[in-house]
Write a protein that binds this ligand. Structure first.
Ligand code: IMP
Length: 176
């Protein structure tokens, strides 16, 4: 049984990184209204924190894709399970995601949303497992690069557990 065993990123570190990301987004988009597209389910915690740090006007929407099932390894096959309802044509769009691992999910979502003809499309993620990348993705706003470990908390789950933990924790085999 895998359980959260140690804190990898504290809530204070996360708060500082979210603020930094918000300042960079504000600076890059002066005069724009942004459509924040949160990737369900894990992206909602970053979405909620990031939107309150932004000074730009924002609209919200959500999108969902599936690839994992109840395991810690991606199946490699990504499928859209919820699309946005906002008309994105000519709008500035920011995809808000908890983590990029192989890059397959975000690459799929980028290509899907590009088809809706936005004025711009950028990606903000809290955590990036750069060493696990299988396909290149342009992550414009990144909180932290983390090592190859399975993490939970701050929206991230293991088989739908632990999304509500305020810190990011590494899951390990429960030997106790
Ligand atoms: P990718 O398609 O391999 O980049 O994986 C992206 C998705 O896999 C994320 O949106 C998460 O839902 C999930 N994921 C990847 N790594 C982790 C992790 O360490 N903990 C929890 N979920 C993860």
């Amino acid at each position: 049984m895998l359980k959260p065993k140690r804190v990898l990123v504290t809530r204070d570190q996360i708060r500082d990184k979210v603020k930094e990301m918000a300042r960079a987004i504000d600076a890059a988009h002066q005069g724009d209204e942004l459509v924040l597209v949160g990737v369900l389910k894990g992206g909602i915690v970053l979405m909620a924190d990031l939107m309150r740090e932004l000074r730009l006007p924002v609209r919200l929407d959500f999108i969902a894709a599936e690839s994992y099932g109840a395991s810690t390894e991606t199946s490699g096959v990504v499928k859209l399970t919820r699309d946005v309802t906002t008309d994105l044509r000519g709008r500035h769009v920011l995809l808000v995601e908890d983590i990029v691992d192989t890059g397959l999910t975000i690459r799929y979502l980028i290509s899907h949303l590009k088809g809706k003809d936005p004025a711009s499309l950028e990606v903000a993620v809290l955590l990036d497992k750069v060493s696990r990348r299988k396909v290149p993705v342009d992550v414009r706003y990144r909180g932290l690069v983390i090592p190859d470990a399975f993490v939970v908390g701050y929206g991230l789950d293991y088989a739908e557990h632990y999304r509500n933990l305020p810190d990011v924790m590494v899951v390990e085999e429960d030997g106790t």
